[in-house]
Design a protein. Structure first.
Length: 133
């Protein structure tokens, strides 16, 4: 069984790889391993050693602590009576979706003015859906 921390690190690894538009094969080749190993890291089946985590961080152009960001919510036991932080869980899930990453890439390929207009449109649509509910 995968440990919650291993799962978290794997999700962060997958998110960053996808954000950069890399395949598992490309990432694996960049650090000298097979893509199956990347698959196992991403699903939490295999733990990532410290040296391999460093290699991955360099290949993905992130600090090593990137893989542990948000871990407090994952590893901390729930306090009875404390409200769950659903917003953080939903945000993490949304950011891991392929569609979200494609949207972010497309957004940043736009010029500044079209980006601003797209953001204004999204906000207006959000306001409309909130008013309708």
């Amino acid at each position: 069984m995968a440990n919650a921390i291993d799962l978290h690190v794997g999700k962060r690894l997958r998110r960053r790889r996808r954000l950069l538009g890399l395949t598992q094969q490309q990432l694996a080749e960049s650090i000298g391993i097979r893509f199956q190993q990347i698959q196992k890291y991403e699903c939490g089946a295999n733990r990532v050693t410290a040296s391999r985590l460093y290699e991955l961080a360099v290949a993905l152009n992130v600090p090593v602590n990137y893989f542990f960001e948000g871990l407090q919510q994952v590893a901390a036991p729930a306090t009875p009576g404390a409200p769950a932080n659903d917003r953080d869980l939903i945000a993490a899930d949304v950011l891991s979706q392929k569609e979200t990453l494609e949207l972010i890439r497309a957004y940043y390929k736009l010029g500044e003015r079209p980006r601003r207009r797209l953001l204004d449109l999204a906000k207006a649509l959000q306001d409309e859906s909130t008013d309708a509910a």
